[in-house]
Design a protein around this ligand. Structure first.
Ligand code: LR7
Ligand code: MN
Length: 486
């Protein structure tokens, strides 16, 4: 096993020559650090049923790439794994390593409480959290620590590089580092850095402010982490804690940043070794504590989230008061102005149902996550789950599909009768004529440019019913209404 491991670790030794896996901007390598003045870090790695090779690859890469003087210790937290190789064999292996400690939860805690267990015994001034299937790239640690030494309330993430899930090759990350966002389902998203942020930065090696973090890889001053209320210990297993922490950092006076000179690879597996069904309740906790009235936008797009038991959040709300944190509106306007805030006017969002074809709803299901535009809207039995059947009719006469990003709007290509989705226009003065529909009192959806009405037809294409443009009649198949829930 160790031999295997060493061959894994060699992979990124091509640091300076291999273009594919050399993610550092040239200037980062010129940067000099005064090691004696930097704070030390404890690296906390929580794991549950992780494979031997990936877990040890993480540990060894931290040991190999961190300047000894900056690394206080590595704390491995076993979150009550049941795999045999993580028992005695792991203990014996770790006993032979310097600076590495293994602690175990005595019941399954989930990643939040497992990380906190590690943090509670940490001796370093800085906490650095890593997932248990990472490889730190040469020079990853210094920029993180230097930034926190300069600004204690900065929470700093490395750029996350891709490690191939099949070959375990360190692939790197082509192009400029991306920053984190979210959509109104509270799903984490990646974005390119907006121009306003590029302008704010003076150099390519300056940190990039990011509205949110992916969650697993970051450094934070231990003191500041405690001040901010560490984590919401009511969150179970996986999910939601990354957005909760991101909102909290910004709203309570800190800043969340990505350091372009720090790179850490991460394996994105096809499937997790555990169920992630607690993510919904975790997201609801985040929404209930931090999002104020904007939580409604989330609930509209996930009607079942409203019914999810999420436990008690009284203490987290008190924390928010105690720290005098800013509201979510401030966060949206100042930290994430790129995010479109839906209007969700009463009666104009939810399932878009037809009167003639009972229980059929507008449905948009782009099969390819990366190509969300250019597909047609179909009609599908209404499921009441929001998501693909959530539409909003805006005061600018658009039919918007805005559960995910980028947001797309219904349009009619010239010479066709179908409704095809294209990117929505952010500037309301530039909305293309073929994206404008009048939702009239009588329930008709009138397409201005063609002067036709949207009609439900049962065999429109591929055997699917779909909404098509037809000359206006008084038929019930041309009457539509929105319904929030089933
Ligand atoms: O019950 C659990 N107990 C644990 O200790 C469940 C998980 N874990 C451990 C697990 O072994 C791993 O070390 O927690 C860590 C994160 O779990 P993953 O690797 O299964 O999560 P992920 O990489 O799919 O998910 C991302 O989002 C999560 C939301 O809860 C966490 O914040 C993860 O840390 C986060 N990972 C990253 O940010 C790496 C980059 C991924 C991206 C984008
Ligand atoms: Mn992970």
């Amino acid at each position: 096993a160790v031999r295997f491991l060493n061959s894994f670790l060699k992979i990124n030794k091509c640091f300076c020559t291999c273009t594919k896996c050399n993610p550092l901007p040239y200037r980062c390598r010129e940067e000099k650090y005064d090691y004696y003045s930097l704070p030390k870090t404890s690296v906390v790695i929580a794991f549950y049923n992780e494979a031997w090779s990936t877990l040890l690859r993480t540990v060894h890469s931290v040991l190999e790439t961190s300047p000894d003087i900056l690394l206080e210790e590595i704390i491995l937290v076993d979150d009550y794994s049941d795999k045999e190789h993580l028992k005695e064999s792991l203990e014996n292996y770790v006993a032979g390593l310097r600076k590495v400690r293994l602690i175990r939860a005595n019941k399954r805690e989930g990643l939040v409480r497992a990380r906190l267990l590690g943090a509670s015994v940490a001796k370093g001034d800085i906490l650095t959290f890593l997932d248990c299937h990472c490889e730190c790239h040469e020079g990853w640690l210094e920029p993180l620590l230097a930034r926190i030494a300069e600004e204690e309330s900065a929470v700093v993430c490395p750029v996350i590089d891709v490690i191939d899930w099949n070959t375990f090759e360190y692939l790197g990350n082509a192009g400029e580092p991306q920053i984190g966002g979210f959509d109104w389902r509270l799903v984490f998203t990646w974005h390119s850095t907006p121009e306003r942020e590029q302008k704010r930065r003076k150099s390519k090696t300056d940190v990039i402010r990011s509205p949110t973090m992916a969650g697993g890889l970051f450094s934070v001053s231990k003191k500041y982490f405690d001040y901010l209320g560490s984590y919401d210990t009511g969150m179970e297993v996986w999910g939601g804690e990354n957005l909760e922490f991101s909102f909290r950092i910004w709203q309570c006076g800190g800043s969340l940043e990505i350091h372009p000179c720090s790179h850490v690879g991460h394996v994105f597996p096809k499937q997790a070794p555990y169920s992630r069904s607690k993510a919904l309740a975790n997201s609801v906790r985040a929404a209930e504590v931090w999002m104020d009235e904007y939580k409604e936008l989330y609930y509209h797009r996930n009607p079942h989230a409203r019914l999810e038991p999420y436990g008690d959040v009284t203490e987290r709300r008190l924390l928010r008061e105690k720290l005098k944190c800013k509201d979510f509106k401030w966060f949206l306007e100042n930290v994430y102005p790129e995010l479109h805030v839906p209007e969700d006017r009463p009666g104009f969002f939810g399932m878009l149902k037809n009167r003639g074809m009972a229980n059929f709803c507008f449905d948009y299901n782009p099969t390819n996550e990366h190509q969300v535009t250019g597909h047609r809207i179909i009609l599908y039995p209404c499921h009441g789950m929001g998501q693909n059947q959530f539409f909003e009719y805006t005061s600018h006469n658009e039919i918007r599909y805005n559960t995910r990003q980028p947001e797309v709007c219904a349009a009619v290509d010239s010479g066709t009768d179908y409704l095809t989705m294209y990117l929505c226009q952010e500037n309301i003065h530039n909305i293309p004529e073929n994206q404008k529909f009048i939702f009239r009192e009588d329930g008709t959806l009138f397409h201005l440019q063609t002067q036709k009405c949207v009609q439900a037809e049962s065999n429109a294409y591929d055997g699917n019913p779909a909404p098509l443009l037809r000359p206006c009649t008084n038929s019930d198949y041309q009457k539509w209404f929105f319904k929030e829930r089933s």
